[in-house]
Design a protein around this ligand. Structure first.
Ligand code: URA
Length: 240
């Protein structure tokens, strides 16, 4: 890659600023001062220093976000706050995006990255990656619903959903409320909400707990995020 691009990507400054810094002989490649930003470097081998400090290059970034309600799963929006707006200035990058969408009123696990290949692998319907949710449901979820979900069924618009694993966590007969966990391997628009609509019930609270091998870190408070650990990332890359 070009040296000025490398300097911009490692946070030294914009390409324009990098040009000035190069002119001031502040940048060296393999111990030689280089002044031309167009110089091609190999970011995996060459040793680049700025003002005597070695720069390390990171191509991909991975953050686990505990998405709160009221924030949309987009990179920018004129009206609403986006999940990218939750990043602190030092973590913001133009190329970060959320892996898939959670509805505005859904909470929970959302991965933010600039790794398009991993995102594709996690979202592709062909890869059957689990998405696990916790939900509060208006209505009493029954064993019949569990069997219905296990065999796959048609939504109210006729769209077919694949078999999923529904677990009843608790039932409050008096208030007609159920708590459930659900594992699906698809990501259709409003899928969980529409699955319960199809059995005449209503999702009143929804939270994503897991995507593939990656569990939401419950230590993260709503709106907080952290870098994925190396093992979380490795496991996610082979996620099923
Ligand atoms: N299913 C939904 O209905 N909403 C979400 O946000 C995620 C899954």
């Amino acid at each position: 890659m070009r040296l000025d691009k490398f300097l911009a990507e490692t946070g030294v400054g914009s390409r324009k600023e990098a040009k000035q810094l190069l002119k001031k002989s502040l940048v060296s490649v393999n111990n030689k001062i280089v002044k031309d930003g167009k110089t091609q470097i190999d970011e995996s081998k060459d040793i680049i220093t700025f003002a005597g400090e070695q720069l390390s290059y990171q191509k991909f970034y991975y953050y686990m976000l505990h998405k709160p309600q009221g924030v949309i799963s987009a990179t920018e929006d004129k009206r609403d706050q986006t999940v990218i707006d939750l990043l602190q200035d030092q973590d913001f990058r133009e190329d970060l995006f959320p892996v898939g969408r959670l509805d505005k009123d859904t909470e929970g696990l959302l991965l933010l990255t600039n790794d398009g290949q991993l995102a594709h692998q996690l979202l592709s319907p062909k890869k059957h990656v689990d998405k696990e949710y916790f939900a509060k449901i208006q209505g009493i979820v029954t064993e019949e619903d569990v069997r219905h979900f296990a065999s796959g069924f048609a939504l109210t618009n006729g769209e077919q959903v694949k078999p999923s694993k529904l677990t009843i966590v608790s039932l409050d007969e008096e208030n007609e409320l159920s708590e459930i966990q659900l594992i699906i391997q698809e990501g259709k628009f409003h899928q969980v909400k529409r699955m319960f609509e199809a059995v005449d019930k209503k999702v009143v609270y929804l939270k994503r707990l897991r995507m593939g091998s990656l569990w939401l870190d419950e230590e993260l408070t709503l709106g907080d995020y952290r870098v994925l650990s190396e093992s979380e990332l490795e496991n996610l890359k082979v996620s099923k």
